[in-house]
Write a protein that binds this ligand. Sequence first.
Ligand SMILES: NC(=O)c1ccc[n+]([C@@H]2O[C@H](COP(=O)([O-])OP(=O)(O)OC[C@H]3O[C@@H](n4cnc5c(N)ncnc54)[C@H](O)[C@@H]3O)[C@@H](O)[C@H]2O)c1
Length: 429
Amino acid sequence: MTTSDPTAASLRRLVLMGQGYVGLPVAMQAVARGYSVVGFDVDETRVKRLNAGESYVEDVPDTILQEALASGRYKASTAERDCAGFDVAVITVPTPLHDGMPDLRFIEASARTLGRYLRPGATVVLESTTYPGTTEELVQPILEEMSGLVAGTDFHLGYSPERIDPGNPSWNFVNTPKVVSGIDADSLAAVDAFYSSLVERTVPVVGPKEAELTKLLENTFRHVNVALVNELAMFAGDLGIDVWSAIDAASTKPFGYMRFTPGPGVGGHCLPIDPSYLSWRVRRSLGHTFRFVELANDVNDHMPDYVVRRLTYGLNRRRKAVNGSRILLLGLAYKRNTSDSRESPSLVVAERLVALGADVRAVDTHIALGVLPHGVALASLSAKELRASDAVVMLTDHSDFDLDVVVAHAPYVLDTRRVVPAADHVEYL
Ligand SMILES: NC(=O)c1ccc[n+]([C@@H]2O[C@H](COP(=O)([O-])OP(=O)(O)OC[C@H]3O[C@@H](n4cnc5c(N)ncnc54)[C@H](O)[C@@H]3O)[C@@H](O)[C@H]2O)c1
């Protein structure tokens, strides 16, 4: 079997399984590089919006999507038959946890669909974040069974983790080095050739398991370090020490230290979920507990409760109870300048405060209205709204928040991100 020629990109047909935060940017870059792309997704509403030129992913402006559609080399589809005839297929579907266990149904379904249309010489790449072994132990047998072909002999197979950081103005799909792997040398060459035609730099690794572990190592590293500063922030608070000042000072060390900052917890699809894929695999295969992951989960999961406790103390010092107080939350998405509210700790804070009897309002111009927790009203950031509040809690520091207005008009601010200018009535986590 010969390795595909990346210079023939304009002749090549690509199928993306899943058109979400990960799959849509890959699809757009592939169109820009001359591929003919089908964005397959099971969500009819998303597919309709895409074909109408309406992007729901911040990193993909409508204009880019509309140019892709106008080129005649991109279409979104829910019809499986549109996957037929692919040269390369990339799986970018969700990998959630279900009752604490990896839920690989979406990967399995994608592999079954692709297996039906797999042809000799084609390449299949898994990009979804998952535990080491998934490509070879789950995807490969399904593809082989559905197609009657043999991986390595008849088709190429590999894994390439996605490192996309939604909303990051500096690092994007094209300039972030892309880790690539294959089940054998030919597969690695095919996967490498494909991504080399899309991104500036690829990083070949020895095999799919190592590539799968690379992604989990990166996210577990971040999860554990966030937990470290979160725990430190809680102890420093109780000791009357300014943790932010210590973090700023430590960050001046040019080597051996990396800056992480405290916050209301972790959210999104990565940190609350990916490390548990790794600990699940370790426990199932070795019978061991991955203690760092369990500890980090424990600390980070409790941060919303800590925020509520700090707010309770702050109101108490002002002779107020949470019950009946009007509390304005700033930022419900889990991450600044994104609309992604999946697993957002801000939503947990909001729910806890509603349960305690607070009158909770929230400001977030990014998120969809449907994600507002029951009992939370959406508000706009105005001097009147701030003055009417008993407390304002900065949870996610979107750049459209006017922080000078916040500090000028809020009676009391609990800032979990240390972005609000210092004042007597502003307290940091
Ligand atoms: N969002 C991120 O920042 C990020 C970063 C790195 C890695 N990842 C990983 O990438 C994967 C995808 O994440 P995402 O954020 O793009 O998810 P997403 O929910 O934004 O998009 C996934 C899409 O897949 C679709 N889908 C579900 N089942 C399908 C099927 N059988 N066939 C075709 N489409 C199907 C869904 O309808 C959805 O539109 C996950 O494994 C995630 O962990 C995400």
